[in-house]
Ligand binder design. Sequence first.
Ligand code: AHG
Ligand code: MN
Ligand code: MN
Length: 346
Amino acid sequence: MQGEGVGTTITQHILSQQRKNPKATGAFTTLLNELVVAAKVISREANKAGLVDILGATGKINVQDEQVQKLDMFANQVIIQRMQHIGQLWCMGSEEDPDLIEIPPQYPKGDYILLFDPLDGSSNIDVNVSIGTIFGIYKRRTDSREAEILLSDVLQPGIKQMAAGYFIYGSSTIMVYTTGNETGVHGFTLFPSVGEFLLSHEDIRIPERGKIYSVNEGNYQYWDEKTRALVDYFKTRDKETGRPYTSRYVGSLVADFHRNLLKGGIFMYPADKKDPKKPSGKLRLMVEANPLAMVVKEAGGYASNGHGPILEIDPGTLHQRVPLYIGSKKDVDLAEAVISGKKKLD
Ligand code: AHG
Ligand code: MN
Ligand code: MN
């Protein structure tokens, strides 16, 4: 499917996916296309970071009890403002907002719910390391047109996502997304000269076993024995299983995830005792783990909280945190067997 020599644009691709998926409607295509526009705006600012006053902390602390960076807020506002007027959303949920984001009364509402991490890897913004945006799209559960937005409408297991994906603002800006139903995972690179995302990674498949492990080893003392044994396993020499694995950790989930998706490997953010308020580790189920769990599953990988599939977790709260083991199926299966106690590493 070639355009005028520029290759397949994201718009063409989304339309072709829509034709393949009887459940996807034009509404869905509008939604994704508008999200792409928001990402282009964020990408432009992220690439200017350092040149304009978009850097540094706002001095605010968000609902995650974390320093809010200016680019966090900018990205959050861009997505909300772009997405709220398209008439396809019932509501939105952002990592940066404590409560659900309602659609202003002057705009029509639709049936989709957008959950997102507007800027992932905030600690890397002012050191020029790749950052990104993560998103998951659900259909609202009840089809009655009752007035108020129900959190129960939004807190659905990740398996219910209609689509999920991410943008990475790095050496180039790329978008990776899937609409599930075995339609595959596809990557697009932004060509600034054309101003379009063009298909660059068709039908991404993650190797079933990797050679990379990604974890913040600075938390070693805060992990339990099983977690330590698991991480030590990946570092131990064993010819047969290609160990020791290489350690790669950028500190931006999207960047670590994307590298492992393309090359194979496992990313871990285990439960830790570092912060009593966050016993399940730092990553959020609804705006980080679920979207990436859908992407990796569609690419042949797996995502677990150490005891079972991320995608089958029944969410309790909008900002619920979960331990995350995600990447190559064989590596994550092993992680789940060790963390759940089914397998003991000698
Ligand atoms: P966010 O910037 O959206 O808060 O996410 C940051 C997350 C994730 O991107 C990354 O994997 C993790 O924080 C790194 O945490 P540590 O610095 O604790 O390793
Ligand atoms: Mn994040
Ligand atoms: Mn974030």
